[in-house]
Design a protein around this ligand. Structure first.
Ligand code: NAD
Length: 585
């Protein structure tokens, strides 16, 4: 199998011939992608195609894998020293005289850690992006520290990683792994990847898999035990490192990278809600992060543009769209994502306030920020927005359906027109957002997250907010149903349920059944009460980011929202009694 559009060449080194593929313009910085186990260079095909638009991209089959030849004998032919020889031979062939940007996944990352920490590659590596493959030296020290100075937490970490490494023990047994890979396991592997790792089908893995996997067992046998027993003490990275940690990795614990800054002082951390095979399941995100890191390093910045806000590791470079972004919770949410380094789209029906939010977002750290003027209840306008966003900015990674309006007053005073207005914005606006952007996320097949702003009113009955509460209860249930439907596609859905938050909502809310003067008085009075409660929208924004990071289903924000949620579960009768009380307005 060849990579589409790739130029191939062969590089001889240490008794083997390596199959090297190149894409993109050779005048651009060179990015070398190193594959893992049991893979061949084709694991990178999706990422490589995206990077080739900007860089000279180089992939090679590690010795004994894909179309590269295997060393004779196999034992001792896969040591990290020999793999370093291979890398240097490839780098010299494809980028003589100019350092390369290295990217490794799994065993490709394990060996790349060796490349970037040994003396003889100094000056040949401009940057290193590591995913799902720790340095064996760092791992060795990690184990030693936990064994020599055990605490309950450290013992837990050791046992946890020990359990995740079950396959490493198996690969050390003689012959059996080879028999399994060349037999039933080799045949079943593509199905296993699809089922357990959600790797999309297609032309990956390649037919060479059984041989790759049989040869690759020597990567473990030649290196793991000796290195873990005697880890190098000087394994410091001499180039900037970007660490991408998939949070759902079945083989590696997050704690393996604790204190990695000691070994890689110029470290940029990224996290991703994904399983192990990220080059197949998250190519857009990886390509974007690699591009940003390479460009930053080439530009002389030691690490990628470091966003300062909480969760920058997660949201840096992601595309986030927030509706109702011109004021209150929406604006605060845009700014919190911007501080985390996200690219943001601020949507509001009010053009000026949306533009102001986008301007503020740029000031606090968003690499890019746009304003869009749309009424979320207008189906056609939302369709156009979704098309425009996809064409101009890309598929949204996080969607926050936040636009909403207030409506108070008894049911018998609420007109059908009132009902229509509140449902059009609060419910239909959310439905349009979920339907249009959710579909794009699902079709892209690389995960994402939808946050819907419901309200504590969604579960707290009252005689004063029948229409508003109904709209928010519908949003809550929609979120729960959607969460169930989209879970299998790696798309999370959260419903945020704030209590009283000090925003403009009180001054624009409609009060049914009263004249303009009385409506005005009630607006001012409720604004005063919300002001006295004085819960800032920024705290709701923090809860929104946390909900995405933790993939929380329902998030009550404020003490009254949390208390109300507990009462709705455990003492619903008491809530019903409270619901009958005359409102204070
Ligand atoms: P806000 O009035 O300060 O902000 C709402 C924003 O949404 C405004 O900029 C407004 O122009 C915009 N908007 C309204 N209708 C729109 C439409 N049809 N299309 C596009 N934009 C529209 O209010 P807020 O308090 O920040 O409210 C945000 C969300 O939080 C709403 O869904 C609201 O129901 C919900 N909420 C608010 C509170 C609270 O106490 N403030 C409590 C619970 C839930």
């Amino acid at each position: 199998m060849t990579l589409q559009g790739a130029r191939e060449r062969w590089v001889r080194t240490g008794g083997v011939e390596l199959c090297v593929a190149e894409l993109g313009d050779t005048a651009q910085p060179t990015v070398v992608l190193v594959h893992g186990y049991p893979d061949s260079k084709e694991v990178w095909s999706e990422v490589a195609a995206r990077l080739a638009e900007h860089f000279h991209v180089v992939l090679y089959d590690v010795r004994g894998h894909g179309r590269s030849t295997a060393p004779e004998p196999l034992r001792g032919g896969f040591t990290l020293e020999r793999l370093t020889d291979d890398f240097l031979a490839v780098a010299d062939a494809v980028s003589p005289g100019r350092p390369v940007h290295l990217v490794g996944h799994d065993w490709g990352s394990v060996q790349a850690w060796e490349f970037v920490t040994v003396e003889r590659t100094k000056g040949r590596i401009a940057s290193f992006t590591s995913m799902s493959g720790p340095s064996l030296d760092h791992f060795g020290h990690w184990i030693k520290k936990r064994v020599s100075r055990p605490t309950p937490r450290r013992i837990g970490q050791l046992l946890g990683q020990g359990a995740k490494s079950w396959y490493v023990y198996l690969l050390h047994t003689p012959v059996l792994p080879e028999l399994a890979w060349r037999g039933p396991l080799g045949k079943r592997w593509p199905g296993i990847l699809r089922r357990l790792e959600k790797v999309p089908g297609g032309d990956y893995p390649t037919p060479s898999l059984p041989t790759d996997a049989a040869h690759g067992a020597w990567l473990y046998r030649d290196n793991v035990r000796p290195r873990l027993r005697r880890p190098r003490v000087d394994a410091y990275a001499h180039a900037p490192v970007q660490l991408v940690t998939p949070l759902g990795d079945a083989f590696l614990s997050e704690s393996l990278y604790d204190e990695l800054e000691l070994w890689a002082p110029r470290l940029t951390r990224r996290t991703l809600p994904a399983k192990h095979w990220v080059p197949r399941t998250r190519p857009d995100q990886l390509a974007a992060w690699i591009k940003e890191f390479v460009v930053a390093t080439e530009g002389g910045r030691p690490t990628a543009r470091a966003a300062s806000g909480p969760h920058a590791d997660r949201f840096g470079g992601q595309l986030v769209l927030v509706t109702g972004a011109g004021s209150g919770i929406g604006r605060a949410t845009v700014l919190a994502f911007a501080e985390a380094g996200a690219r943001v789209v601020a949507v509001d029906r009010d053009a000026q306030s949306a533009a102001r939010t986008a301007e503020l977002a740029r000031l606090v750290g968003a690499p890019e920020a746009w304003a869009e003027t749309v009424d979320v209840s207008d189906e056609q306008a939302m369709e156009k927005l979704a098309e425009r966003v996809a064409a101009e900015y890309g598929v949204v990674d996080v969607l926050v359906n936040n636009a909403g309006i207030g409506l108070a007053g008894p049911f018998l005073d609420t007109t059908t027109e009132d009902w229509r207005k509140v449902l059009d914005v609060n419910l239909w606006g959310v439905i349009h957002g979920c339907r249009l952007f959710g579909r794009q996320m699902a079709e892209r097949g690389q995960g994402g997250h939808i946050v819907n702003t419901a309200s504590a009113a969604a579960y707290l009955p009252s005689r004063s907010l029948p229409a508003y509460s109904t709209s928010k209860a519908a949003v809550l249930m929609l979120s729960e149903c959607l969460r169930a439907e989209l879970a299998g596609r790696g798309i999370g859905v959260s419903a945020i349920c704030p209590g009283f938050v000090n925003t403009n909502i009180t001054s624009t809310a409609r009060f049914a059944g009263v004249g303009p003067e009385e409506e005005d008085r009630r607006r001012r009075k409720s604004a005063r009460l919300y002001g006295l409660r004085n819960y800032p929208p920024e705290k709701v924004a923090e809860a929104v980011l946390r909900a995405v990071v933790r993939n929380q289903a329902v998030v009550p924000v404020t003490a009254e929202a949390r208390g109300g949620r507990l009462m709705s579960r455990f003492t619903p009768r008491a809530l019903r009694a409270i619901a009958r009380l005359e409102p204070p307005l």
